[in-house]
Write a protein that binds this ligand. Structure first.
Ligand SMILES: [Zn+2]
Length: 458
């Protein structure tokens, strides 16, 4: 009996190894194909992207129930003749992913057991469950290798990820670690600074992959306690990166910080190269559009970011509204990589203040309180005429900083009759997703539904 149980275990382990090696092979192929295209002319890239779009659309229209119904309802052809045809496809809102069964987005013949899932962090207030198959997973890994390579980090360097959800410590990782292929460590974002620093000193990572809010928190702590770590590079993910944070983090860690753009739905959208002139996009996995307020596709001007999967056969999304704004640039980057550049990803579309006059202003201006004297902050608009800034003071916090914050908030409120309160606090609770969200509006605008309401964590 004992013997046979061991036999079964050994069989499972063998199966897992084969599965890991298959995934690794795939990742390597995707990595080299991306590398091979990094200097391809933009016109050729666009041509290839159009072919990928044709394939993605034909696939969705014929095999994915959600899109099949949309194409039927809007009398759209599944054979794209031009980019203009593509722009006729209705946008996919986050709420559809949340409200409909996931199976509506799976191609026929696929079920939940063919995928593994992750839930989006819900920083937009709308958490959705996303399913990925082995192809999407291999792409995600391949592009992480690529991003690390561009940041000067090698395959065998020690990599430490600090994040909200700890992945399972299965034998697969042990297997890769034993082979020396993976030197991957992960820490929880919910640990205290002291614990995190202790662990980081033990691991001595060459690269740290974390949310900007975690890195700023660590860097303030390190400065205060004269602690040093020696990474070659830092990779930011999952949140916006205020420029002031970048400067402080790079100064304390004495290492460059490369930020990335992506989400659970689209894990690898863009990355910063050494020149940091914007996010280079990955044209093989995602098609990015920027839409103006009339829904027209634009370049070199700010608009809403809309994304389409080009290589995600398990749960493909067409024209998905990310909820962020950005500028798709026609400039080329001086690093020589020709992948398109996404400039200035700015705050979330739904982050805006509603003033007593009913006027809406972007919250971007109140979420950039990047003073070195502040460790963390959160701005909460409690009512149209009440804005509160909760501030965790840093090392040199003083009255003059309070004045500066008040003035910034007053300017952002267009000098309308709004009471501005600055409160210093010892700690700011993180959102459920482990991120530090910097802005909340605790009442809804006239044209918003109840579900958009997000209360600041207390
Ligand atoms: Zn570049």
């Amino acid at each position: 009996m004992k013997q046979s149980r061991e036999g079964v275990e050994a069989g499972k382990e063998k199966e897992r190894r084969e599965w890991v090696l298959k995934g690794l092979t795939r990742s390597l192929i995707y990595y080299y194909s991306t590398k091979g295209k990094e200097r391809m002319s933009r016109s050729l890239q666009r041509q290839q992207q159009f072919q990928s779009l044709q394939e993605a659309v034909a696939f969705c229209a014929s095999t994915v129930p959600y899109y099949k119904d949309i194409f039927k309802k809007h009398h759209l052809s599944s054979a794209l003749a031009s980019f203009e045809d593509f722009e006729k496809i209705p946008l996919t809102p986050k709420t559809d992913l949340r409200d409909l069964p996931a199976e509506r987005f799976f191609p026929y013949g696929r079920s939940r057991s063919d995928h593994w899932s992750s839930t989006t962090t819900g920083s937009s207030g709308i958490p959705v469950k996303i399913y990925r198959d082995s192809v999407a997973d291999a792409w995600t890994k391949a592009l992480l290798f690529y991003i690390l390579n561009k940041a000067g980090v090698g395959l065998f360097d020690r990599f430490c990820r600090i994040h909200a959800a700890l992945p399972d410590q299965s034998s697969l990782k042990g297997f890769l670690m034993r082979l020396g292929i993976k030197r991957y460590f992960s820490l929880s974002v919910s640990a205290s600074n002291e614990e995190m620093i202790k662990d980081l000193q033990k691991i001595d990572p060459q690269v740290i992959y974390a949310y900007p809010s975690t890195l700023i928190h660590l860097s303030v702590y390190m400065e205060k306690h004269h602690v040093r770590l020696f990474p070659k590079a830092l990779i930011g993910t999952g949140e916006m990166l205020p420029e002031g944070w970048r400067q402080h983090i790079e100064k304390v860690f004495q290492a460059p910080l490369y930020h990335t753009y992506g989400s659970t739905e689209f894990p690898r959208v863009g990355f910063e190269c050494q020149k940091k002139q914007g996010y280079h996009l990955f044209p093989d996995v995602v098609y990015l559009e920027i839409l103006d307020d009339r829904g027209r596709s634009v370049v070199d001007q700010e608009g809403e970011i809309v994304l389409t999967h080009l290589n995600n056969p398990g749960m493909p999304l067409l024209r998905y509204r990310m909820g962020d704004c950005g500028i798709l640039s026609t400039r080329s980057c001086s690093c020589g990589i020709t992948f398109p550049l996404l400039e200035q990803v700015t705050g979330r579309m739904d982050d805006f203040l509603v003033l007593p006059s009913g006027h809406k202003v972007t919250a971007r201006f109140v979420t950039q309180l990047e003073y070195p004297e502040i460790e963390r902050y959160r701005v909460v608009q409690r009512a149209p005429d009440l804005v509160e800034a909760l501030v965790v003071p840093g090392n040199h916090f003083n009255e003059a900083v309070t004045e500066k914050i008040t003035q910034t908030l007053r300017d952002a409120c267009l000098n309308e009759k709004v009471t501005i309160r600055i409160k210093t606090v010892n700690e700011l609770p993180l959102s459920r997703n482990g991120k530090l969200q910097t802005f909340f509006r605790e009442f809804k605008a006239n044209d918003e539904s109840e579900e958009t309401l997000r209360l600041a964590p207390r």
